[in-house]
Design a protein around this ligand. Sequence first.
Ligand code: NAP
Length: 484
Amino acid sequence: MNGEKRFAIIGAGMSGILCAIKLREAGHKHVTVYEKADRIGGTWRDNRYPGLTCDVPAHAYTYEFAPNPEWSAYLVGGDEIQAYFEKVVDDYGIRPLIRFNSEIEHMEWQGDHWDIETKDGHKDQAHVAIMATGVLHHPKMPDIKGLESFAGRAMHTAQWDVDVSLTGKRIGVIGNGSTGVQMVTKLGKDGHDIVHFQRSPQWMMPYPNFEYSEEDKAKFRASVEAIDAIRYDETYWANIRRFTTGITEIDGPEMQSIEDICRGWLEQAVTDPILREKLTPNYRAACKRLIYSYDYYGVAQQPNVETIVCGIREVVPEGVIDNEGVLHKLDVLALATGFHTDRFVRPISVKGAGGRDIEDAWAERCAAYMAISIPDFPNFFLFNGPSSPVGNFSLIDVAERQWGYIEQLLNRAASSNASGIVASKAAFDDYEDRRIAKAKATIFGSGCTSWYLDKTGVPITWPWDYDAFADAMAKPDFDAFDMV
Ligand code: NAP
């Protein structure tokens, strides 16, 4: 396939939008974004549960090129973030590039391009495929006896029906990851009767929120430096480095400090010793994703919020029976039970060079060199792929750095007159050997269950610190790549 480069971006969420803007800015004319839904936004489109908030400061969870003086608070809700992405899409004129309601079903490398086919039979060809398909995307329904028999409304948090009235309803929430905790905090504050089923307690990092005044916003409008002062705030970045160093050096002072803060906060904020006992995890802080919350412990002590830690025996039409045989009558059941996080680009069927199937490449575990490129899959780049950094920091910042890396690969392939570029098998194997050894020694591998672990129990995340990620993304090692 000759002619000007054609790009297919799969997914119009945060990273797909970023990529489309960057490709257009670089002068590429043939850019198509395939989006299976009828709206942009990815995770922020799908998640609409009560209390949905981004626990990363809004000014840091913002594209570097599109600062937003209008953020209403230090941490903002999902609606506001969705509106931001909608505005960016229009401000940068990329909406016409997006093909909505177009779910890619199959992709196949043809030596110098990808053949692409949507579920409804539309066919396309692209020299470069950029997979911006997200990771927290496929809701995980809990395998609980009798769930389907529930007479009220049971909803996964990522499929929340905002039209269901919660007024006067008794609500059960299953799960206490970031989602369950945000939901209980909001609904509990709003005065609903809540029964919160927790299978494993969580460590909490206290993280107060505050609103920006009109005066603050005027300051942000007048000077981008005022915004940058928050985005690049020393304390915020010191916390990120404390966290990413802490997770990699688990017996060092950074992790000790995180543990001390979490334990101290639990002791200070939860006065009832029985509840405190219920809420005390038996694994180390940050082993599961740390929950950032200032208000949850207070809400958990309100009389309208009951915390159940003995486990669930079964769901019956009237509600949930716990493992001590107590029936908790409920009208609504929120399933804050997380996601199938091992899917990445799938269920798209992808066949690379020599017909290699992605299912085969990922049979043992999902992996990509530098989280971006997979041997035998040329010109196939992942945002937020396996081993991409995850944690308590901005995934927009991560995606921007990943774009910088991908852009350099594309430029290198273009200047070499190659049809494609792909991580070599040797570089991939070496990376995976080093990554797995290091990942097992991170805090995520220190003895808890979480969505960070792959099916073999190895953490699937970036196992080095933040600066190592920034350095790696800033300058690809081109010797690790083959031209095709
Ligand atoms: P999650 O962290 O995977 O938590 C799922 C929860 O459901 C856990 O408490 C889990 O218990 C429980 N659970 C799962 N199956 C269950 C079952 N059969 N019976 C009882 N309990 C069950 O999912 P999430 O809370 O949706 O969060 C996922 C990720 O989304 C977060 O880690 C974070 O990266 C992201 N997120 C970010 C924000 C933000 O503000 N930036 C907000 C929300 C989510 P166990 O722990 O015992 O397995």
